[in-house]
Design a protein around this ligand. Structure first.
Ligand SMILES: NC(=O)c1ccc[n+]([C@@H]2O[C@H](COP(=O)([O-])OP(=O)(O)OC[C@H]3O[C@@H](n4cnc5c(N)ncnc54)[C@H](O)[C@@H]3O)[C@@H](O)[C@H]2O)c1
Ligand SMILES: O=C(O)[C@H](O)COP(=O)(O)O
Length: 526
């Protein structure tokens, strides 16, 4: 049974899902050295933002197949290192969107009405109404930096509170911004005009210290800034200085350059500053959502199925993935088959997507085909994550063509591999949406489902050849489960596809090739 390590606090709903397929160890608060020591035992690691999954941890995780982040941000995971090792990294892109957006909105209102400090003062026994006179958000300008999932929800709710909305997001169209009721503007204009600035961007080299002494100086002295995105987008030293000097009105931060927050000037500031300990995703609802979302993906990957929200393989929505999954299995089977027929080192893989496949996303099918193709060389080391990289490193050139015309099947996939030992091709389709059928091998039409052990011969279409091959296999105690011949012209060349119950015994291929009329023979294990 697989083993999963859960090293951050995850809702029980996720643990229950993992327990269906694996032994689950929950070990919270591990020191990096402790994690390093035990990670080698585990097939999967499930985390939130507290566990740092460094390159060293990834390299020590020799059994790791998947790292599941029950949340959005994967900046605590060395994703490139995981990709190089073929480890899938998955997250839950939407499970805590509402929770994080509502936290930002709560920060806007709490900051405006001094709720944390007013509450603390009453709890201390005071009744001071004069110190906590607030400001209304109605008719004020909210500047949303990053109009993605969380930013859009914040904007939509702020709109209903009567706020005027400006947004900056270089990757969002004006139409999309207008749909949400935002005016898309340049960042400087947003800084100059906003009464509230809320950040909903990832932390990248471009966004690190986006809020610094220079940009803070562009803001209104009354402006309030909210960061429920990522620590490090704000230069905290510059922010504290601007707050102290009255150059900015207030700040509410949920995330920090270093977490847990250590010594900081921000702690010493008054009611104009609100600090929360990275609580954006901490609602009961969000924790159930992210735990289920990520545990299901870990379960699927441990069962050999693709994940729906992998951050290091082509992203596909669940609907698209559900539709493509059978075709990915077809692509992988064909890749594996053509790789074995081609033998040697493959240099070029031609992939033709026909019929309904021609209008689909091809990247997952190409990745699946490469995974199949490289299986003989790399076995379990190749997967959906690293198949592209491994193929590139081996100098395999992939050429993709599309033909939308529908022939005998709704969609067919044709792979042709050219390598050091020659060129071979296979075509396949799905019957009844799921059942894989081989419809062509090396240009000869056939119609057989693939089986674990197969034998293919290239021979002359002439009387007696099937009988001779049958007797030869019989003499080696090889049981034939099914057999089919494909030919283009009568008594021309033909291909025979046999499904056999067991692997072909050593040496028998040489005997097969000696049968008069048989020109070549290939055995494959799928
Ligand atoms: N505090 C929390 O607990 C918590 C919870 C969830 C998410 N988050 C964080 O919130 C942030 C937003 O998450 P999301 O789910 O909305 O992500 P998202 O990917 O849906 O949206 C991010 C948006 O930022 C935009 N963007 C990227 N670079 C930009 C730049 N340089 N300038 C302006 N816009 C830029 C993108 O175009 C995108 O629209 C992330 O940093 C995420 O890690 C925090
Ligand atoms: O990226 C996220 O999903 C948030 O920052 C939440 O982090 P958490 O799961 O550690 O609360």
């Amino acid at each position: 049974m697989s083993k999963v390590l859960v090293s951050d606090s995850i809702d029980q709903a996720g643990i229950d899902i993992l327990s269906q397929v694996a032994t689950v160890d929950v070990k919270l608060g591990l020191k990096p050295a402790q994690l390093l020591e035990i990670i080698g035992e585990y097939d999967a690691l499930m985390i939130r933002s507290s566990t740092r999954v460094t390159q060293e941890i990834i390299e020590a995780g020799t059994q790791l197949k998947i790292i599941g982040r029950a949340g959005v941000g994967v900046d605590n995971v060395d994703v490139p290192a995981a990709t190089r090792r073929g480890i899938v990294v998955v997250n839950s892109p939407e499970g805590n969107t509402i929770a994080a957006a509502e936290h930002a909105l709560a920060m806007i209102l709490a900051l405006s009405r001094h709720i944390p400090d007013a509450n603390a003062s009453v709890k201390r026994g005071a009744w001071d109404r004069n110190s906590f006179v607030g400001a209304e958000v109605y008719k004020k300008t909210l500047g949303v930096v990053g109009l993605g999932k969380i930013g859009s929800h914040v904007a939509a709710v702020a709109k209903t509170m009567g706020m005027k909305l400006l947004a900056y997001d270089p990757f969002i169209s004006t139409e999309r911004a207008e749909q949400i009721g935002c005016q898309l503007v340049e960042l400087d204009l947003l800084f100059q005009q906003a009464d509230y600035i809320t950040l909903h961007i990832p932390k990248t080299p471009e966004t690190t210290h986006l809020i610094n002494a220079t940009t803070l100086a562009k803001m209104k002295p009354t402006a309030r800034i909210i960061n429920c995105a990522r620590g490090g987008i704000i230069d905290e030293v510059a922010l504290a200085a601007a707050l102290k000097a009255g150059k900015i009105g207030g700040a509410a931060l949920d995330v920090f350059e270093s977490e847990p927050l250590g010594e900081s000037e921000l702690r010493s500031l008054g009611k104009e500053v609100i600090l929360t300990p990275h609580l954006g995703a901490s609602t009961a609802e969000a924790q159930v959502n992210v735990a289920i979302d990520v545990a299901e993906q870990i379960r699927d990957v441990l069962l050999g199925l693709p994940a729906r929200s992998a951050v290091n393989i082509p992203g596909l929505g669940p609907d698209v993935l559900e539709e493509l999954k059978p075709y990915m299995q077809l692509a992988e089977t064909l890749g594996n088959l053509v790789g074995q027929l081609a033998g040697g080192r493959v240099e070029v893989l031609n992939i033709r997507l026909q019929g309904e496949l021609a209008t689909n996303k091809s990247q997952p099918l190409i990745v699946a085909a490469l995974k199949g193709l490289l299986y003989q060389a790399l076995r379990e080391r190749v997967n959906y994550v690293n198949a592209n990289i491994e193929a590139k490193e081996r100098g395999i050139r992939v050429i993709e063509t599309r033909d939308a015309s529908i022939r005998d099947y709704a969609g067919t996939l044709h792979l042709e591999a050219t390598g050091t030992l020659g060129t071979h091709s296979v075509t396949g389709a799905l019957l009844g949406e799921r059942e894989i059928h081989l419809t062509d091998v090396d240009g000869f039409p056939i119609n057989v489902p693939p089986s674990k052990y197969m034998l293919f011969t290239l021979h002359r279409d002439m009387p007696g050849i099937i009988g001779k091959l049958g007797s030869l296999l019989g003499s080696f105690n090889v049981n034939i489960a099914s057999m089919q011949v494909g030919r283009k012209i009568v008594r021309g060349d033909a291909v025979m596809a046999l499904s056999i119950d067991d692997p072909l015994p050593e040496g028998i291929l040489d005997e097969i090739i000696k049968v008069p009329g048989i020109r070549d023979a290939y055995t494959v294990t799928l």
